[in-house]
Design a protein around this ligand. Structure first.
Ligand SMILES: C[S@@+](CC[C@H](N)C(=O)[O-])C[C@H]1O[C@@H](n2cnc3c(N)ncnc32)[C@H](O)[C@@H]1O
Length: 421
């Protein structure tokens, strides 16, 4: 359980050269410090200098407030921000502000506030929370910092997973449940949980180099090897693996949960002759606080933009609905060869999408879940895999029996189920 640490941040930020900053008046700052819940409005509003990477402002950390931390305690900095224009980077840096001691979170311009959590592995080296301009092309970034707080997770700094070692070729479910519980705590348990009984079951791992033999293909597959799974990107890192899967399976009918701009649908259209159905919320996805999850490109004409621009529109059927209301009946008599589950990433939506996918998947068909990644580091830095891994843990018994093989592709954010023929 994460506990809040008080008095960690200086009340006033340091303002860096070239940025324009507006602080609330002295009186409202005084009231905010005395009764934080009683005062609305931002802690600070800033416009960065136009240079990419220029520092805008930083909050010094009072080392005294961290004295009680044990060496294995983890520190989390949580900021709520409204970015009006541009792209903002937020990270924790050392005392002389020359190196990061956390990963850098990013927030893009949006009409809604966004909450970022920065997981600090080495609190002893933390000196400042830094806000900087990461927008390219000499654009400034204009933002409001709405709140900032620090949390400590006792004994939570490290989590080891046996499957980080290449010598291990399966993921014991009970161990995955323990890793998941640790990662859920780093996020303050964001999703309702459904306890599952202890089991001796294990999820198989297929190393990416073994995919050709599992899929009976001779072409080799070249993928990212040195990159950390916490920094994984669908387009550059999972794209080649998905492309390989689709070329190997060669579906004639493909269903995708979650279109967004159409990257995944374009990949299938380019790799195969498939007729594709892809569905998305018409107005895009928001979290419980009403914050948009995929910037302003997750609604209206942006949905499916990439497959239309690539000229595949004639082969793609765009469905606009909440997947939980998707009526599978018209497809049950003409099922799909492949399904990609990449829509909502909360465990309830993943479970609902998977139940529907299984109803419309052909016998012997393949179901692929994107954003399944059991790496502790990835889980503590990204909410999407946390929801997918939780859904898989909670439904493992039901889902695994539906497939001849169910495996995580290491290294990737991909889980594959190959149906019984
Ligand atoms: C990770 S993105 C999809 C990425 C896409 N597959 C690609 O290849 O770029 C997830 C998408 O699912 C959509 N989504 C989230 N919850 C949904 C739901 N309940 N029903 C339908 N779509 C949903 C979001 O609006 C978002 O566009």
């Amino acid at each position: 359980m994460a506990l809040q640490i008080r008095g960690l941040f200086a009340h006033q930020p340091q303002v860096h050269n070239g940025s324009q900053v507006r602080l609330p008046s002295g009186v409202s700052r005084f009231i905010r410090n005395a009764v934080p819940w009683a005062v609305g409005g931002p802690l600070v509003e800033a416009e960065t200098a136009p240079e990419q990477w220029s520092y805008a402002l930083s909050y010094p950390l009072h080392q005294d407030a961290m004295r009680g931390l044990a060496s294995d305690d983890a520190l989390i900095v949580e900021c709520k921000l409204l970015v009006h224009k541009g792209d903002l980077g937020i990270g924790v840096v050392d005392a002389d502000q020359s190196s990061f001691v956390s990963r850098e979170g990013t927030v893009h311009a949006s009409a809604q506030p966004t909450t970022v959590r920065i997981w600090v592995r080495e609190p002893a080296k933390a000196g400042h929370v830094l806000f900087r301009n990461i927008a390219a092309d000499a654009k400034t970034t204009h933002f409001e910092l709405l709140s900032i707080r620090a949390l400590v997770m006792p004994g939570g700094r490290e989590c080891h997973a046996s499957w980080s070692s290449l010598a291990n070729s399966s993921i014991p479910l009970d161990e995955l449940r323990r890793v998941l519980a640790w990662a859920q705590a780093t996020w303050d348990r964001p999703f309702p949980e459904h306890p599952t009984p202890s089991t001796s079951a294990a999820l198989k791992i297929v190393d990416v180099g073994m995919l050709p033999s599992v899929l009976c293909r001779s072409e080799t597959l070249v993928t990212s090897q040195d990159k950390s799974l916490a920094d994984w990107k669908m387009e550059t890192d999972d794209g080649p693996i998905l492309d390989y899967l689709w070329r190997s399976i060669a579906p004639r009918r493909h269903l995708e949960f979650g279109t967004w701009e159409g990257f995944g649908a374009t990949l299938v259209a380019r790799a195969t002759e498939a007729e594709i159905w892809t569905l998305n919320l018409p107005g895009g996805e928001t979290n419980a606080d009403g914050e948009t999850l995929y910037s302003s490109t997750d609604s209206g004409r942006f949905i499916g933009r990439l497959y239309r621009e690539a000229g595949y529109e004639a082969r793609v059927h765009q469905l606009l609905c909440d997947s939980r209301e998707f009526d599978t009946r018209p497809f049950e008599t003409s099922p799909f060869d492949t399904v990609l589950i990449d829509g909502g990433h909360t465990p309830d939506v993943v479970a609902s999408d998977t139940a529907k996918a299984l109803r419309v998947l052909k016998q012997g068909g393949a179901c692929v879940w994107h954003d399944f990644c059991p790496d502790p580091d990835a889980l503590s830095h990204n909410l999407a895999p946390l929801g997918v891994v939780q859904a898989v843990v909670e439904n493992f018994e039901d889902w695994s029996v539906q497939f001849e093989q169910l495996f995580w592709v290491r290294k990737s954010w991909i889980l594959v189920g190959l149906g019984r023929r």
